[in-house]
Design a protein around this ligand. Structure first.
Ligand SMILES: [Zn+2]
Length: 263
């Protein structure tokens, strides 16, 4: 009750001083959160074309005690050796999430005057059935290219407990330095890849550091996403992953699965 009064006072003060500063907005948002995050980190890797690279580095992840989430598209095209790798990864405790039937880009649907319902019927339902036929029950979904909006979120949250975007499209989503799980839609920051330009490397290092600086105070969950490991598309090197893991260890962050958020 006292907290509510304090927050209300901040609001009133801000309104009457004509200065609704960001400080006030942040404090109100925190108090309004029904499900605050757990202190931890979610690392996910996307795209079925990178399955081989994940299999090659399964022991590397295991030796570091790292648990991640893999997002898989095109379930109907997976071969047995790819399914075997996924089964081994799943046995190690990693989560297998869904990443659309054909890796369809929602913004391309909208450009063709298709709707969120078309996306659901084409890019979600058939792929989910394929996934189910292969013995996986998806609870998390990652948007291809992070292309989403709140109309589609509402539809998809009927099928998944949590949705992951990328760093863009902030509207209706929780930050990749998340403090609250209420929306069940999260942004995620890209891991550094072996293909960075000097400029993009600087950008990603700066914001990765920002994420770890932010977590020094209070409960937050950091979300990072990559693609291939060493090989595959947009690969992340083992050196970079080791750097990341050591920061995670130093900050005493728990490894969370994507579906641990939004429960
Ligand atoms: Zn993808």
């Amino acid at each position: 009750m006292r907290i509510t009064n304090i927050i209300f006072s901040i609001m009133v003060l801000n309104i009457f001083s004509g200065c609704m500063g960001s400080q006030g907005i942040i404090e109100i948002a925190e108090e309004d959160c029904n499900s605050p995050v757990e202190r931890g980190v979610v690392i996910s890797f996307d795209d079925s074309q990178n399955i081989e690279s994940w299999g090659q580095n399964q022991e590397f992840l295991k030796s570091h005690g790292v648990i991640v989430t893999f997002f898989i598209d095109r379930w109907h095209k997976l071969e047995q050796w790819e399914l075997d790798i996924l089964e081994n990864l799943s046995d190690d405790g990693h989560e297998i999430g869904f990443h659309a039937t054909n890796h369809g880009d929602y913004f391309e649907f909208l450009e063709q005057n298709l709707t969120e319902k078309d996306y659901l019927e084409i890019e979600i339902i058939p792929g989910l059935n394929h996934m189910d036929e292969r013995g996986y029950n998806a609870t998390s979904f990652a948007y291809p290219r992070g292309h989403r909006d709140t109309n589609l979120d509402v539809l998809l949250l009927e099928y998944f407990s949590v949705l992951r975007g990328t760093q863009s499209n902030k509207d209706g989503s929780e930050s990749w330095v998340a403090e609250c799980e209420d929306l069940r839609v999260f942004r995620s920051f890209p891991l550094i890849t072996t293909e960075e330009t000097e400029e993009s490397l600087e950008y990603r290092e700066k914001w990765t550091e920002f994420g770890f600086d932010s977590i020094e105070t209070g409960n937050k969950t950091l979300l990072f996403n990559g693609h291939g490991i060493v090989n595959g598309q947009y690969a992340t090197s083992l050196e970079n992953l080791e750097l990341l893991f050591s920061e995670i260890e130093k900050n005493n962050l728990k490894y969370l699965l994507m579906s641990d958020l939004g429960r």
